[in-house]
Write a protein that binds this ligand. Structure first.
Ligand SMILES: [Zn+2]
Length: 360
């Protein structure tokens, strides 16, 4: 089976009311664990790579690894997505290396830390969307800046994240602006800011509506019912994983992530892509710690990596089931990039928001 585009996958998810977790990878073990989990429950897959992952593994290694996963799991549709592209070149070279989808994060300047203005975001995102759609690839844009509503800042993920303290005007996506942004840029999916942030330290307490603004998701979905919404920073940082990490010698301060039930609520309101990285990292490194502490003479890296893959596979399988992704892989028949490009050219995939505008 060929790779699938984000647009086709999320269109299907919207039609059937499920969400798709997007897991970050840097290496073979993560790729295998994610695909084995998907295979177990018949789930389509979004694998994403950050700029950090591309420089860690190298573009050629990453793209050949994903080609191998596609060949090994021919019945599992796989979307390869650029996470947080910072400029046109990052997005163009991702597509050149076989990515079927890119995120153009124009909420920040290309340095990945300076907050941009709205005009800049529209211009660069529209340019990337035009370019990607010429060849049939999909584009995710971002409106609003990711960061904590508790303290007004965000943690960097692989060096990417706003610096300084931000106001709620930036940390919460404006629903009116979202309509304008989607219309002006033609993005296939929209990442929104609603209190989630990257890294393990998202909330200092179990989040409520004050610090995790699910109402923003619901309001944007009400006004843009056909736009696929994306939740970033949506690891749940499960307590058992934190405990395991600490029991085996780790020193992770108590933290709270995004509860799975809040994500499931989001999926009922247009969230189709859910970015999860921290949970995957924590599942693997907690397993490393256990082996390191319990088997002090062990020096075969596979003895560390196998339990880490087991833990990651289990985490991914849980999310596929919780988000309703399970059971949807074998039914999907990937549309080629060339065919997707034709559909974009015909206007069939343009944002459908005219009637919403009139109603408002
Ligand atoms: Zn993100």
């Amino acid at each position: 089976m060929a790779k699938i585009t984000l647009r086709q996958l999320l269109d299907d998810a919207a039609e059937r009311g499920y969400g798709v977790p997007a897991f970050n990878i840097n290496n073979m073990e993560q790729g295998l664990a994610i695909m084995e989990a998907a295979d177990t429950v018949d789930a389509p897959v979004i694998i994403q790579a950050s700029r950090g992952a591309r420089s860690y593994a190298g573009d050629i290694m990453l793209s050949k690894m994903v080609d191998a996963l596609v060949e090994m799991f021919p019945h599992i549709p796989l979307c390869l997505h650029q996470d947080h592209g910072n400029d046109e070149a990052t997005c163009a070279t991702a597509i050149q290396h076989g990515f079927t989808s890119v995120m153009m994060d124009g909420s920040l300047h290309p340095d990945g830390k300076t907050v941009s203005d709205y005009g800049y975001n529209i211009d660069i995102t529209r340019r990337v969307a035009e370019m990607a759609h010429w060849i049939g690839a999909s584009v995710e844009g971002e409106l609003g800046v990711l960061g904590s509503l508790e303290h007004g800042s965000g943690e960097k993920e692989d060096g990417h994240g706003a610096e300084g303290t931000l106001g709620h005007d930036l940390l919460l996506t404006d629903p009116d602006q979202a309509i304008d942004f989607v219309r002006a840029t033609g993005v296939d999916a929209l990442a929104i800011a609603m209190g989630t942030s990257h890294g393990a330290y998202k909330f200092t307490r179990k989040p409520d509506g004050e610090i995790l603004a699910m109402r923003v998701v619901e309001e944007i979905h009400r006004r843009l019912p056909t736009t696929h919404l994306v939740m970033h920073g949506s690891s749940s940082v499960p307590q058992p994983l934190q405990d395991m990490f600490n029991v085996f010698g780790g020193e992770m301060p108590q933290t709270w992530g995004v509860p799975v039930e809040e994500i499931v609520r989001g999926i009922k309101h247009g969230v189709r892509k859910v970015n999860i990285d921290t949970d995957c990292r924590l599942a693997m490194t907690a397993a490393f710690r256990k082996v390191a502490l319990q088997s002090k003479s062990e020096f075969d890296p596979r003895k560390f990596l196998k339990p880490a893959m087991d833990a990651l596979r289990e985490l991914c399988r849980e999310r596929f089931e919780q988000f309703g992704t399970a059971g949807n892989a074998s039914r999907l028949k990937p549309i080629t990039l060339a065919d997707m490009a034709r559909r974009y050219r015909s206007g069939a995939l343009d944002p459908k928001i005219e009637h919403i505008t009139q109603a408002a």
